[in-house]
Design a protein around this ligand. Structure first.
Ligand code: GLN
Length: 240
């Protein structure tokens, strides 16, 4: 089997260790004998249906977000991404990438950036940065990560949070929600990198990508996650 990971704006949106998620996904495929490549889908890249089996969209500062938001609309890549998600293609987006997949992101300075409207959510820059370790209770069990954002994301009625904050700020530091999930697309604020410390989520993304691509139920060969789970447990012990 073969997977193509679309790294959305990987040259612009890749702060706080987010590229580590691409490395984790590739390693967990390679360790199972699944052929895997990653493609940078950036400003000059054309994107068509079926080009990628799984998308990753990392975090970025307001300046990069402005450039990327324009391209998502101008290049119509935003429309391709949403139609791929509608047919079940999995996606993980973090912080700045997550913000641009909502209805809009209003940074401190400058105009409101239009979002792709994948998630029923909107983000407004807050007056303080939300920084620190975060643990979240989710359908994947506890997830551990690191957050650093001023944007406060509010989920609209009918949107489903990825989980509830145990320790940290999450979407906005007010309503205890963290992230959003829609079909097989996930947005969240957990940098870190997120996936090396949360192997269950990493494998869920790989499994969904293979199942959509090959049109059948797929059980992944279990890996020895001793080390990953030690790190996961250590983070929970230390940060709640
Ligand atoms: N610029 C956005 C914010 O500060 C996103 C930052 C990030 O991706 N960590 O909220």
């Amino acid at each position: 089997m073969k997977l193509t990971i679309g790294y959305l704006y990987g040259d612009l949106m890749n702060i706080y260790g987010d590229t580590g998620n691409i490395i984790a996904l590739k390693k967990r495929c390679e360790w199972r004998g699944i052929e895997v490549v990653d493609k940078n889908i950036s400003i000059a890249t054309l994107l068509s249906k079926g080009d990628c089996d799984l998308f990753f969209f990392g975090g970025g500062q307001d300046q990069q977000q402005e450039v990327v938001a324009k391209d998502l609309v101008k290049s119509a890549k935003g429309k391709v991404i949403t139609s791929e998600i509608e047919r079940g293609v999995p996606l993980l987006s973090i912080c700045g990438g997550y913000q641009l997949l909502g209805e809009y992101y209003k940074p401190h300075k400058g105009p409101k950036l239009p979002g792709v409207e994948l998630f029923g959510a909107y983000t407004v820059a807050g007056d303080k940065r939300m920084i620190g370790n975060i643990t979240t209770e989710s359908m994947f069990g506890k997830l551990v990560g690191f957050e650093n954002h001023s944007g406060k994301t509010y989920l609209k009625k009918g949107s489903t949070p990825l989980g509830m904050v145990i320790k940290g700020f999450g979407n906005n530091g007010e309503d205890k929600t963290e992230g959003c999930i829609y079909k097989n697309a996930i947005g969240c604020y957990m940098h870190g990198s997120l996936l090396p410390k949360n192997p269950r989520l990493a494998d869920w993304l790989i499994k969904k990508a293979l199942e959509v691509k090959y049109g059948k139920n797929i059980e992944l060969k279990p890996l020895d996650d001793t080390f990953e789970l030690q790190v996961h447990q250590s983070a929970i012990r230390r940060f709640g």
